[in-house]
Ligand binder design. Structure first.
Ligand SMILES: [Zn+2]
Length: 168
């Protein structure tokens, strides 16, 4: 079955390259540092392979990104759809550990087409990592990939247009 139009496939285009606007990166980092020592998380949205927006999720003292309750999660998805964007990934922080997916992260991930970002805040310089879910036969896991920071922000006029994002 085909994915709905709002569910992005950032890795299906441009040779697995994924882009994040500097504006969104800056905002994510500021909010992540504000949430410290708690874990911060957000949904990432945009078009194609470029993340141009983020929807912060409530900071959970339970320490895990997938402690999002269903209602909050659906509201965030609705926000993305309403702005005619695609859901392209999630980001969460590891306030005290390196930005490597934990066993819980791996077990809790159900969106293999999306990008998975972790920002490690245990070091003096925040460490950004982005992962792609890779299925290799019966074995699947997160693989770290490169990302590109970009100035481009197609978040303005274009998103008010009438054409829905196409997944083909
Ligand atoms: Zn984690």
């Amino acid at each position: 079955m085909k994915n709905p139009a709002w569910l992005g496939e950032p890795f299906a285009i441009k040779d697995n390259k994924i882009f994040l606007t500097k504006k969104v990166a800056k905002r994510l980092l500021a909010e992540a540092q504000e949430a410290f020592p708690y874990e911060y998380s957000a949904l990432l949205a945009g078009r194609g392979a470029t993340i141009t927006a983020c929807v912060p999720m409530p900071v959970s003292p339970d320490k895990h990104v997938f402690a999002w309750d269903g209602k909050t999660f659906l509201q965030a998805l609705q926000h993305i759809r309403k702005h005619n964007l695609q859901w392209l990934g999630v980001l969460h922080t590891h306030p005290h550990t390196p930005p490597i997916p934990s066993a819980r992260d791996i077990a809790g991930w159900h969106y293999p087409t999306l990008s998975y970002w972790i920002v490690g805040l245990a070091t003096e310089q925040p460490e950004w990592r982005v992962y792609q879910w890779v299925q290799d036969g019966s074995c699947s896991s997160f693989a770290a990939i490169d990302y590109t920071l970009t100035e481009v922000d197609c978040d303005d006029e274009e998103t008010n247009g009438s054409s829905a994002p196409k997944n083909s």
